[in-house]
Ligand binder design. Structure first.
Ligand code: CP3
Length: 338
């Protein structure tokens, strides 16, 4: 994984999967049942280490991603965050500049101490050849939850805030940028070797808004992390960025880019000329398995294995994925290139 992110072509390519720890695994569901709430699971180092390691033990992935959530940052800023079974995250929304007074950047590192403890223990417990990935949400996506108070559908509240009061919305984005830089630097100090920024809702913006709320804040994070954690690769995942992927790579300075399922191999290949690429199997092909899985995975491998490439999904694993299909996928990726 580290060699690939340094620009080498590695055969077979490294593989890990977004949301590789989660409800599709029976052992995750068993550990999840020991915590009262989802955030309790994220903030209990014993349990968080256990669920992070489960997919590594079962499959031997090349990288292990810290078990946590992007919404621990709003929580650490003092916003109320909770998860409703079957509905997803809920937050007490921040809808105008005046609400920013409820947030306090100075408490971020102290409230996230359990996450750093989880990373320190993981670094000790993981096999040395398994790369430890830390992560955060990108400011636009984190702000989307902070403003909408839940997973958005049309993002009306969020977009209206950004259009109506760009300075006020910019202050929220700046606050998230600052908190994210502190959070990610502390993750590196605690043992994270690679960082990923999840911008799950990057794909809903006009070009000027994309430049302002996706590219500029990501670039600010990349610039500051290059100062504070030189040499630590950062993977950007601007899901749904479409035609904007190339500008995102060029203008943010990310080390590598994670591609969503809709990115065609022609664009993926062009991006790979500039930086390592990661992706982008459709999580539904992994649910279905068999021929669909083989054909989709092999098309991606054929197109991208000739350059620096990390095999992954185009978005997170879904809970109904049969665990044996994940084993099958690893076999496809490793056999073909062995
Ligand atoms: O990849 C991993 O294995 C690491 C853990 C991880 C989780 N969330 C655990 C989780 C990571 C990297 C995330 C990132 C995350 N969280 C994103 C960005 C990636 C993406 O999926 O777009 C987003 C948008 C969130 C916010 C979030 N957290 C939502 C929308 C939900 C509810 C959806 C769902 O699947 O229930 C969560 C909850 C969540 N985060 C779960 C897990 C395993 C499921 C909760 C449970 O087990 O009860």
């Amino acid at each position: 994984m580290l060699r690939t992110l340094a620009g080498e072509t590695v055969s077979p390519p490294p593989i890990w999967l977004m949301r590789q720890a989660g409800r599709y695994l029976p052992e995750y569901r068993a550990t999840r049942a020991k915590a009262k709430t989802f955030l309790d699971l994220c903030f209990n180092p014993d349990l968080a280490v256990e669920v992070t390691l489960q997919p590594i033990r079962r499959y031997g992935f090349d990288a292990s991603i810290l078990f946590s959530d992007i919404l621990v940052v709003p929580y650490a800023l003092g916003q109320r965050v909770w998860f409703v079974e079957g509905e997803g995250p809920k937050l007490d929304p921040v809808t105008q500049a005046a609400d920013l007074g409820r947030l306090d950047r100075s408490r971020v590192l102290a409230s996230l101490q359990p996450v750093f403890e989880t990373l320190r223990r993981l670094r000790r417990e993981l096999p040395t050849e398994t790369t430890l990935i830390g992560f955060a949400g990108a400011p636009w996506t984190v702000a989307s939850y902070m403003v909408e108070g839940a997973s958005g559908s049309d993002f009306a509240r969020l977009k209206d805030f950004a259009y109506r009061d760009p300075d006020g919305f910019g202050a929220l984005i700046d606050l998230v940028v600052a908190a994210t830089v502190e959070y990610l630097s502390a993750q590196v100090e605690a043992g994270a070797e690679v960082l990923q920024l999840f911008d799950s809702w990057a794909g809903v913006l006009s070009e000027p808004q994309f430049r302002r709320w996706v590219i500029a804040p990501t670039r600010a994070i990349v610039d500051q992390l290059k100062q504070r954690c030189p040499g630590v690769p950062l993977i950007g995942f601007p899901r749904g960025a479409g035609m904007m992927y190339a500008d995102y790579v060029r203008e943010t300075g990310v080390t590598a880019v994670s591609l969503d399922t809709t990115v065609p191999m022609s664009l993926a290949g062009a991006l790979q000329e500039r930086c390592p690429v990661q992706g982008n199997l459709d999580p539904r092909a992994l649910v279905v398995g068999g021929r669909a899985l083989r054909e989709e995975a092999q098309a991606i491998l054929a197109a991208l294995k000739g350059g620096p490439f990390v095999f992954n999904l185009g978005h997170g694993i879904v809970p109904e994925t049969p665990p044996e299909h994940v084993a099958e996928l690893i076999k496809i990726v490793r056999d073909r290139n062995a």
